[in-house]
Design a protein around this ligand. Structure first.
Ligand code: SF4
Length: 449
């Protein structure tokens, strides 16, 4: 979501004739798009912001803008800590960042404009210009905010309640993307399975959306992130199985395998229910990859609770996981459970043990793909080895590809790749054949909506 927001901020600024630079000395405007989901991200941001202070002192014309979740959370506090910041804007009004920079310039003082979707009646601006990093793959926001109240999570407070984007507006964006040569889209929302429930109680709506975007000419792969396990139902699994473009990858955040921890987290499902959803998904969808998120060291997590998490992780045999050490966020329920915080040494040890279990199942599942021919959408030069390309399979497996030829001709194309070897976090393969390039009918950037 944050990456997509950054592309939209870039789009809004480019529409005002600005160009992007990686060189700070060259920049007239510096924009921070912040995240506050973990404490580390907060600290990093304030550290980087303070490093700009001498630059701003030497070049007063330089404008600094701060947006994103932390701006939603800290608002005027950012100006109090760093008075040299020109603009603070929120997630729901990022489309106004250029206007706010102009306003700050005209009035000669800092401007703070952060909307709370519900309190301020601030409708999120979904349709903005976008500068996309990739010409073949694109994020598509379908919903902002979240109506859940997971005890560890600050998202509902900073991004507000769920607001779904109208289905026809999403369709128009995806049609525009397909015309510009994008063939892979990822639908984005905090809880995609509840997409549309704020528009109508009629369900199933998310599976309708999957069908609509799958039918758009030129769209060959549809991904989505993230579904909530309690809301992941059979209609979505069926849509994944029946709709050719919807990829065989499900990111289903477990968070914990202990029922008492799940209850304290207010996740709304038990370990057994989670396992039932996994069984249902695997029974419905052939060759499905399942990844997850797991938090280690939630307040009150006992050894037995943690063992239950290891047990569920082993039983599922995840293809991969984002594992996190619990990070207390002020304003969340878990933050107030300070008396139950787990000893950091114990948490570190559990974290390492969990990684072993996840890496073991990921490696097993990846090894099972060695010797197969996989369809890979080539993304670019491999970050691991510049002599190779990298791309993703339908199961979202990262593949480092050996190839002959010119890399520029391969990027953005679908390739058949023979998988040679496997590691826990990627596959290695050799290019066997290439499909003709997708036809681009329009150049980027794309005006959305
Ligand atoms: Fe946060 Fe829970 Fe909503 Fe996900 S579902 S954004 S973890 S409150």
């Amino acid at each position: 979501m944050n990456l997509n927001d950054s592309e939209r901020i870039a789009g809004v600024l480019e529409a005002r004739n600005m160009t992007q630079t990686d060189d700070l000395d060259e920049a007239d405007v510096v924009v921070f798009n912040t995240c506050c989901i973990r404490e580390n991200a907060d600290n990093k941001f304030y550290g980087q912001l303070s490093r700009l202070k001498p630059l701003k002192a030497s070049r007063p014309g330089l404008q600094i803008a701060v947006g994103g979740c932390l701006a939603q959370k800290d608002r005027a506090e950012i100006i109090a800590r760093a008075p040299y910041v020109d603009v603070v804007f929120g997630t729901h009004n990022l489309g106004r960042v250029a206007d706010l920079l102009d306003q700050a310039l005209a009035q000669g003082t800092s401007v703070v404009e952060v909307l709370d979707a519900v309190e301020d009646g601030g409708e999120p601006i979904f349709s903005t210009p976008v500068v996309r990093e990739s010409q073949h793959s694109s994020w598509v926001t379908i919903q902002v905010g979240c109506n859940n109240s997971c005890a560890f999570c600050i998202v509902p407070q900073v991004r507000g309640g769920e607001i779904s984007r109208p289905i026809d507006e999403i369709g128009r964006e995806v049609q525009g993307l397909a015309k510009s040569g994008v063939s892979e889209i990822t639908l984005l929302g905090q809880n995609v399975n509840s997409y549309g429930r704020d528009i109508t109680r009629r369900s199933p709506l998310f599976s309708n959306l999957l069908e609509q975007v799958s039918n758009i000419d030129g769209i060959r792969r549809v991904r989505f992130t993230s579904p909530h396990p309690k809301d992941f139902r059979v209609d979505t699994a069926r849509a994944m199985a029946d709709l050719g473009p919807v990829c065989e990858h499900l990111h289903l955040p477990l968070q914990s395998g202990s029922d008492s921890v799940l209850a304290a987290m207010r996740r709304g499902y038990s370990a057994r229910k989670f396992l039932e959803k996994v069984t249902m998904a695997r029974a419905s969808i052939d060759d499905l990859a399942i990844t997850t998120d797991i938090i280690v060291g939630f307040p009150g997590e006992t050894d037995a609770d943690f063992e239950a998490t290891l047990q569920v992780a082993s039983e599922v045999g995840f293809d991969g996981a984002f594992t996190f050490i619990f990070s207390p966020r002020p304003g969340t329920r878990a933050f107030d459970m300070v008396g139950d915080f787990v000893d950091p040494d114990v948490v570190s040890e559990r974290f390492e043990r969990l990684k072993v279990v996840i890496d073991r199942s990921a490696l097993q599942r990846h090894q099972a793909r060695v010797g197969r021919l996989e369809e890979v959408l080539v993304d670019g030069v491999s970050k691991k080895d510049q002599s190779k390309l990298s791309g993703r399979t339908r199961q979202n497996k990262l593949v480092h590809i050996s190839f002959n030829g010119f890399e520029e001709e391969l990027i953005g194309r679908y390739a058949q790749v023979a998988i040679d070897s496997a590691a826990p976090h990627f596959l290695r393969g050799t290019l066997v054949s290439l499909e003709p390039p997708q036809r681009a009918r329009r150049s980027l950037p794309v005006l959305v909506g």
